[in-house]
Ligand binder design. Structure first.
Ligand code: MRU
Length: 339
């Protein structure tokens, strides 16, 4: 099964807050349910947020009673407003919504045909993501040597996308080519996407993985236990990569130890008209830091800082792996001018 699927007016996905202990499927029939699942991170990961937002608009269209196009477009705009308020950083969510809205506004058929078109378009966005990840895997695997040890952060796997994954897509493709690689996964405080989701995915595929805490990255690099770093991205802007909190520290350490630092992401993550100064870095609830699960670990009333993402300037990035190939920083700039 793909991470997200459309089943005749229902979105089916997996509740990522329950993994790896329990596999619970979520069924959503309206935009409020999808928005809540995104806010609570039952649905997470930049490309998956794009697909979920697209399917949420498909739900609106599928269940709409609108008789005129303008009426349905009004309903889609209202839903878009709700979805855009969920999480501010991953650009894929905004990209998918704006793509569907602009296509819907230019649609020439009647309301019934428009509703069908929006459902098809959402499915297309999901299919494109799955296809892009296979290509990212193919291009990225060429950079991987037999017996490489690859460090990854957070979860940029099948669970963060429609299928296969971005950073984990590269790892999977190299493994499928027979390369005997090993993965080091950081636990990724505070939401533990690395410990819970990345190790789960890799173990399921039989790919050797070792879990470390976030503060062990310097140790494993100093001890020459890492050949490459591959991470995903929530947004790639003109001057930086925005990804899970902790990515910047890993990139700086990688540079210090001459370890290549790759970012694997589909073009739906590119936002090359903006710079890092324009990006809202989501701040999450303090309980995510003061508690582990339901267990309080810090004194009541302590001040907490909990940004979900950080900024890695492009000077730390060796290359960006996307569906078009492996882009150097110079290629990325050229790509921008092609837009
Ligand atoms: O807060 P999350 O779990 O949604 O953050 C996810 C990440 O930071 C991933 O690295 C990124 O979305 C890329 S996923 C292919």
């Amino acid at each position: 099964m793909r991470t997200i699927e459309w089943h005749d007016g229902t979105i089916v996905t997996i509740d990522q807050t329950k993994l790896p202990q329990e596999t619970v499927f979520l069924e959503m029939k309206n935009v409020t349910e999808v928005a809540k699942a995104i806010k609570t991170m039952k649905i997470r990961g930049a490309p998956l947020l794009g697909a979920a937002a697209a399917f949420a608009l498909a739900l609106v269209s599928y269940h709409s009673k609108a008789v005129r196009n303008a009426e349905l477009i009004g309903e889609l705009e209202e839903a878009a407003g709700i979805l855009k308020e969920t999480r501010p950083t991953a650009v894929n969510l905004f990209w998918a919504i704006d793509r569907i809205l602009s296509e819907a506004r230019g649609f020439s058929g009647n309301a019934k045909d428009l509703a069908v078109f929006v459902v098809e378009e959402a499915q297309k966005i999901a299919d494109e993501d799955a296809a892009a990840n296979r290509l990212i895997g193919k291009h990225g695997a060429e950079l991987i040597r037999d017996r490489d040890a690859i460090l990854t952060h957070c979860n940029a796997g099948a669970l963060a996308t429609v299928d296969y994954g971005t950073a984990l897509g590269v790892i999977r493709a190299a493994w499928e080519q027979g390369k005997k690689i090993r993965v080091i996964a950081t636990e990724t405080r505070p939401k533990l996407q690395g410990a819970r989701l990345t190790t789960y995915e890799l173990k399921r595929d039989g790919i050797p993985v070792t879990l470390i805490t976030d503060n062990m990255v310097g140790y494993v690099m100093y001890k020459r236990m890492v050949d490459k770093v591959i991470v995903g991205a929530d947004r790639i802007v003109r001057d930086a990569v925005i990804n899970k909190i902790g990515t910047y520290a890993i990139a700086v350490l990688a540079k210090e130890h001459n370890i290549p630092f790759y970012v694997a992401a589909p073009k739906s993550t590119f936002d090359l008209v903006h710079t890092s100064a324009d990006v809202i870095l989501e701040q999450r609830p303090s309980e995510e830091v003061t508690h582990i699960g339901s267990q309080r670990i810090a004194p009541e009333g302590v001040n907490v800082l909990n940004p979900a993402f950080d900024i890695t300037p492009l000077e730390y990035v060796t290359a960006v792996i996307c569906e078009d190939g492996v882009l150097s920083k110079e290629d990325l700039v050229k790509f921008e001018s092609n837009l």
